[in-house]
Design a protein around this ligand. Structure first.
Ligand code: CP
Length: 308
């Protein structure tokens, strides 16, 4: 049984195999109506629980559709409507759900909730985002880069803005997939030093460059995310905007990246804050392929978790 909790805690060869599986599954169903089951039904007879303690569009729909394409039945549960949101322990919730379902995906606030769920569940648990990391997103991003530009190993990825949970998982992926990573943003919003150290420990360059124009030089991929994350207080908004304005991804900054650089954003976006619409809808942007690839990447993650 495999939990998929984070990219840095998953074997690099397994991560590579999941990306390759995702790509093959995507190719195999190209052009089919969305509701068509896959030719292979490795999750037939399985029940998948999708728990959300935070809002979601992409994670919720892509896991649900993906599990069904693989042959599973699914249930989407709101944390607030479960006893989990009314005092039942995570451990007891994990033990009970494990009697009903074959796989649990949870989006939650604290990383500790995810870890306790995994510790006490007797079925695989998938991290659908915590305040600290978002590994499923970055599996989709690696898939997206590679289907457009070939192997991501050795490339330069630039993250502009807040060193948040998505940025953390990108740093993990830098180490595991072997690409260089440059963070550009204000010092108060740096990614955790431990994540930079993790990437460096795998032999890749992981650096912080304060000047965004300098940071973007030679970038193969530019990535940003919303300036105020779901777990940040609304009161942080004005300060964040002031701190991050210089790191907005716009056409002037993109001109410093390689001419064939890609642009990604995990969405949802606040258009013309962290990135301009000109960039989001422009020639570098692959944001909707990226969103679609949540589906294909997570199907591979679910198969790996269940060993099927
Ligand atoms: N990128 C992402 O996780 O989107 P949702 O919040 O809509 O799931």
């Amino acid at each position: 049984m495999n939990h998929f909790l984070d990219i840095h805690t998953t074997d690099a060869a397994d991560l590579r195999s999941m990306i390759d599986t995702a790509r093959a599954m995507k190719t195999a169903r190209a052009g089919l109506p969305k509701g068509t089951p896959d030719a292979d039904q490795p999750l037939k007879g399985r029940m998948v629980a999708l728990i959300f303690e935070k809002p979601s569009t992409r994670t919720r729909v892509s896991f649900d559709v993906g599990a069904r394409q693989l042959g599973a039945e699914t249930m989407v549960l709101s944390g607030k409507e479960m006893q989990l949101g009314h005092g039942e322990t995570i451990a007891d919730t994990a033990r009970v759900l494990s009697r009903y379902v074959d796989l649990i995906m949870i989006r939650t606030f604290e990383e500790q909730t995810l870890l306790e769920m995994a510790e006490h569940a007797t079925v695989p648990v998938i991290n659908g985002l915590t305040n600290r990391t978002h590994p499923c997103q970055i599996m989709a991003d690696v898939l997206t880069y590679e289907e457009h530009r070939g192997p991501i190993a050795g490339r330069k990825v630039v993250w502009s803005g807040d060193g948040n949970n998505v940025c953390a998982s990108f740093l993990h992926a830098a180490g595991q997939f072997g690409f260089d990573f440059t963070f550009t943003g204000p010092p108060t919003l740096d990614p955790e030093a431990a994540w930079l150290d993790f990437a460096r420990s795998k032999g890749v360059r992981a650096e912080i460059v304060r000047d965004p124009a300098l940071a973007f030089e030679g970038a193969d991929l530019v990535v940003t995310d919303t300036w105020v994350s779901m777990h940040d207080p609304e009161s942080a908004k004005e300060r964040r905007h002031n701190q991050l304005r210089a790191y907005q991804v716009n056409e002037a900054l993109m001109a410093h990246a390689k001419p064939d650089a890609l642009f990604m954003h995990c969405l949802p976006a606040h258009r013309n804050d962290e990135a301009t619409s000109a960039v989001m809808d422009g020639p570098h942007s692959v944001i909707f392929d990226e969103a679609e690839n949540r589906l294909h990447a997570q199907k591979a993650v679910m198969r790996w978790c269940l060993g099927v």
